[in-house]
Design a protein around this ligand. Structure first.
Ligand SMILES: NC(=O)c1ccc[n+]([C@@H]2O[C@H](COP(=O)([O-])OP(=O)(O)OC[C@H]3O[C@@H](n4cnc5c(N)ncnc54)[C@H](OP(=O)(O)O)[C@@H]3O)[C@@H](O)[C@H]2O)c1
Length: 241
């Protein structure tokens, strides 16, 4: 898909990877970028990138009312970027149910519900693209993030179902599986991390190239190793945290 002259909506656009998506979409010539966030007051940075092309939007991806309102307002969207995410720390036997519920609500249910609301919008605009920010942890678990792993595995599965459902409607689904990224989400974890700019560049390159699955920045080496020997990568990740 061409990004030039597209109209994009980014969830969780106020910070981290989401804010970088806004900048890079503008750089690649998007006509308009809806920068959405739970708290629109937190979007000043994103708006300042280009006040003429960045439109702030209130959107908590767990709120049915806000999702419906966003789909009504942003009726010209041709690219939806499901970027908002939540990560709870805790192992499989000690993470609380509230944390599991939160990660599932944002990472899985939110992705599905926002995509569902924007499907008629994308279809009415002649088709388009949905980008889902998944993670290598969709298919290899890091034991210290049990709720997050499970929610992103569910999101990956849902994304493949969505892809099959949306393809006949002229909507392609691009699934992105990054490794660790240097944002607030992993600030407490001492590990090698990719720059969000490198991740976003690779994902948008994949969108423009018409690829369905992208392993941006350092994720491509980990994915290649996983394909060669999944048990070895499972064992290596099991050592983490
Ligand atoms: N960082 C990593 O290592 C990494 C690796 C692989 C994949 N990812 C994925 O990449 C995406 C972006 O992550 P990030 O690193 O930028 O994380 P981040 O710095 O923690 O930012 C998370 C973003 O999601 C938003 N968000 C959380 N709950 C939301 C909700 N209910 N409704 C709407 N927005 C919500 C946050 O908004 P508030 O400011 O309101 O909290 C914030 O904008 C996520 O899907 C994440 O799982 C991240």
């Amino acid at each position: 898909m061409k990004i030039e002259n597209s109209v994009a909506l980014v969830t969780g656009a106020n910070r981290g990877v989401g804010r970088i998506y806004v900048a890079e979409l503008l750089r690649r010539g998007a006509t308009k970028v809806y920068a959405s966030a739970r708290n629109p007051d937190s979007l000043a940075d994103a708006i300042s990138l280009d006040p003429a092309r960045v439109v702030p939007l209130r959107l908590d991806v767990t709120s049915a009312a806000e999702i419906a309102a966003a789909a009504h307002t942003a009726a010209d969207v041709t690219m939806l970027i499901n970027n908002a995410g939540a990560l709870s720390f805790g192992g499989a036997l000690d993470v609380g149910q509230a944390s599991i519920d939160r990660d599932m609500a944002v990472n899985h249910d939110g992705l599905r519900d926002v995509t569902r609301a924007f499907t008629p919008v994308l279809e009415a605009n002649g088709g388009g693209t949905v980008v889902n920010m998944l993670t290598l942890l969709s298919f290899v678990s890091a034991p210290g993030f049990a709720a997050y792993n499970a929610s992103k595995a569910a999101a990956w599965s849902m994304s493949m179902s969505l892809r099959a459902y949306l393809r006949p409607k002229g909507i392609s689904v691009v699934n992105a599986f990054p490794a660790g990224i240097d944002t607030d989400m992993l600030a407490a974890v001492d590990a090698p991390k990719d720059a969000p700019e490198a991740v976003v560049r690779d994902v948008l390159d994949a969108v423009q190239a018409g690829e369905e699955d992208v392993y941006p920045a350092s994720a491509s080496d980990v994915h290649a190793a996983w394909r060669a020997d999944p048990k070895q990568i499972e064992a290596a990740f099991a050592e983490m945290m």
